[in-house]
Design a protein around this ligand. Structure first.
Ligand code: GLU
Length: 427
């Protein structure tokens, strides 16, 4: 295919399927590791997939049945771990891919968890808090026997937050007849949450970006950053990078994009968004076309929203030096080749956004120990694990002469395969 030809609709549909992407990348890593055929069969598929129907009474009295999923990809290295997302377009293929990515992510930063993910098909923007609470509690009740501190530990993801985790913790605890804080992470601070958890994914993105800058002898204050998405990951990355002197020249959201050549004042933008509900009309920036913002010359492009923002349709127009994947699965397999040909330094999602699960691990440890750390300790240990994940990934890339993504997958698959083979097959 030439650079400018757009792929056919069925080809694009295939390209955008996250489960196919997860499988393709796993297979490539398994091939290069010359992974045993049996282990390959085991790790290619999830251990368990739950589809559950969630009847909920809406505020107007009607009963609606929502569809929810929880997928356990691997529990070879420890309990399943991964967020729960609420969105209208959630699908089993998406949740399955996200569960596998959690397995690889936990292994890259070497936390003792497997991989899992959940999702509920619903439109949170159209729902009241009371409706969201009822959906969350009934979903939790429906998957009750499959979660627990030693089984599977959910966390926030797209459109879920600390309040959602408090409802899950309470529902689970009511059934156990005692409070079980370690059943979820990302809880509110005064309910067993960890200091630094809200910022953790963004902080991790900053840590690995700074590691990458060192390789290019670049300084934060000379680094122009474009961030796509201003939810938890995007806004926290922006805030923490801004504090370090990075120039955040553009923020791209679903309803508009901003540009300021001197760097946006992020705390002031956060205030504007809190007051108006949107980044649009922020007085200290120009409005810019969303695609133009993605494709402008910059040093770091940080996609921090959903899957498939960098595809074969736009990858050849990107002008960044570093792509730091704050989102899960923002780059398609077809786009990978284009980025490689352009020499863009990719910090793959399973490394770049692993700060969240890392501090989730710290939260789980603190809950089980009943002893809470100060923020400095959390951040120091996060830094240690993120830098180790980055260094291990780059060492694999050099040793095996592969790109960073393949290296991260190889590192992760190697660790999970080793644990799986040590445990052996229970018959
Ligand atoms: N949802 C986050 C992720 O995709 C965090 C998962 C967790 O902390 O378990 O990595």
């Amino acid at each position: 295919m030439s650079e400018t030809a757009s792929p056919s609709a069925p080809a694009m549909e295939q390209e955008l399927n996250p489960w196919l992407a997860a499988e393709t990348r796993f297979s490539e890593a398994a091939d290069r590791l010359e992974l045993d055929y049996g282990l390959r069969r085991v790790l290619r598929v999830p251990e368990r997939e739950i589809t559950t129907y969630i009847p909920v009474q809406l505020d107007d009295g009607r009963i609606e049945v929502f569809v929810g999923y929880r997928v356990h990809h691997s529990t070879a290295r420890g309990p399943g771990k991964g967020g729960i997302r609420f969105a209208p377009d959630v699908s089993l293929d998406e949740v399955r891919a996200l569960a596998a990515w959690m397995t690889w992510k936990g292994a890259v930063v070497n936390v003792p968890f497997g991989g899992a993910k959940g999702g509920v098909i619903c439109n949170p923007i159209m729902m009241s808090q009371a409706e969201l609470e009822r959906v969350t509690r009934r979903y939790t009740a429906n998957i009750l026997e499959f979660i627990g501190p030693e089984k599977d530990v959910p966390a926030p993801d797209v459109n879920t937050n600390a309040q959602t985790m408090a409802w899950i913790m309470d529902t689970y605890s009511m059934h156990q007849r005692h409070t079980v804080t370690a059943v979820v992470t990302g809880k509110p601070l005064n309910l067993g949450g960890s200091r630094g958890r809200t910022e953790a994914t963004g902080r991790g993105c900053r840590i690995v970006t700074e590691e990458a800058l060192k390789r290019f002898s670049m300084k934060p204050e000379d680094t122009r950053v474009v961030i796509q998405g201003f939810g938890n990951v995007g806004s926290m990355s922006a805030k923490l990078m801004h504090e370090r002197g990075f120039k955040i020249v553009s923020i791209i959201e679903w309803d508009g994009a901003l540009y300021n050549a001197n760097g946006l004042d992020i705390p002031s933008l956060m205030k504007h968004r809190a007051a108006t509900g949107s980044i649009v009309d922020f007085p200290e920036a120009e409005a810019i076309d969303r695609e133009e913002a993605m494709e402008q010359p910059c040093d770091v492009l940080l996609p921090a929203a959903r899957e498939n923002t960098v595809t074969s349709a736009n990858a050849h127009r990107l002008q960044c030096r570093i792509l730091c994947e704050g989102a899960n699965g923002p780059t398609t397999v077809a786009a990978d080749e284009i980025l490689a040909a352009k020499g863009i330094f990719v910090i793959p999602d399973i490394l770049a956004n692993a700060g969240g699960v890392t501090v989730s691990y710290f939260e789980w440890v603190q809950n089980r120990q009943g002893y809470y750390w100060n923020e400095q300790l959390v951040n120091e240990r996060l830094n240690e694990l993120m830098v180790a994940g980055f260094t291990d990934t780059l060492a694999f890339a050099e040793k095996h002469k592969v790109n960073n993504r393949t290296a991260a997958y190889m590192l992760a698959v190697d660790r999970v395969a080793f644990a799986t083979s040590l445990r052996g097959m229970y018959a």
